[in-house]
Design a binder for this molecule. Structure first.
Ligand SMILES: O=C(O)[C@H](O)[C@@H](O)[C@H](O)[C@H](O)COP(=O)(O)O
Length: 241
């Protein structure tokens, strides 16, 4: 695991934008397509908007990138809480992405059906071979969740399905999420975490004893891929560095 600490959220977004842009270009020297799994929440918004502007808007080969999502809130696409909607607004509508390469988790059908359909999309894309995303972007909630793997929910222990839908009583909504084993097969996973309100949880996730039910973010340990935590000083403030 590699820890990158930035001064503040703005600096962190700058660093991650540059890092991602380099990584995409490097990977594309050896392959034709790049698979990029986006995260929802607030933290990546600034990053997405930087990627949508020069120099990144011009130097990233957008037409070669396939976009997927790590999780989705089962609310209509028009709803501002919809993760895909946020990414379209801030990034995907602004750069020359091929619309056929954008693979959203649908919310215009039932969540269970959407999860099954998404798994089919992934199986078709990866041609039933090993599912290895090139890059997975993740966030961490104050409670230690990542993706839609929330503390104490059975989905945390899912080993078989690649995609799961379930009802999240605390938010009175369905969630659709990739499962931990899928993310752990990725070539590279990047966590983005900012803010003092996440400092104690971050400390437990990174330095504490393993307890996936309490801190599902601890489940993310790519088997062969890289794991990077990009955090700001406030989020890192409780860790013993
Ligand atoms: O849809 C979601 O809610 C997410 O994808 C979720 O896992 C998110 O990344 C964290 O909750 C952090 O969210 P913030 O960046 O808003 O703190």
């Amino acid at each position: 695991m590699e820890l990158h600490i930035a001064k503040d959220p703005a600096q962190l977004s700058e660093n991650v934008a540059a890092w991602i842009s380099n990584y995409i270009q490097e990977v594309l020297q050896d392959q034709e397509k790049f698979t990029f799994v986006l995260s929802g929440g607030n933290t990546p918004k600034q990053l997405y908007s930087l990627l949508a502007k020069p120099p990144y808007a011009e130097i990233i080969p957008w037409e070669k990138i396939h976009f997927f999502w790590g999780d989705e809130r089962a609310v209509p696409f028009e709803d501002e809480r919809n993760n895909a909607r946020m990414a379209y607004d801030v990034l995907l509508d602004k750069v020359p992405v091929n619309p056929d390469n954008i693979h959203v988790m649908r919310t215009d059908i039932g969540p269970e059906q959407s999860a099954l359909e998404y798994e089919q999309i992934l199986r078709k894309y990866f041609k039933d071979e090993e599912l290895t995303f090139d890059l997975v972007l993740l966030g961490m909630g104050d409670d230690g969740h990542t993706l839609s793997l929330f503390p104490g929910m059975p989905v945390v222990h899912e080993e078989e399905a690649w995609v799961k839908a379930f009802f999240l009583p605390a938010q009175d909504m369905y969630r659709i999420t990739l499962t931990a084993p899928v993310v752990n097969d990725a070539a590279c996973v990047l966590f983005l975490t900012t803010g003092a309100n996440k400092a104690l949880t971050l400390k437990s996730v990174i330095e504490g004893t393993f307890d996936a039910d309490k801190f599902p973010s601890q489940l993310i340990r790519p088997q062969e891929g890289e794991l990077h935590w990009f955090v700001d000083e406030a989020a890192a403030s409780a860790m013993e560095l």
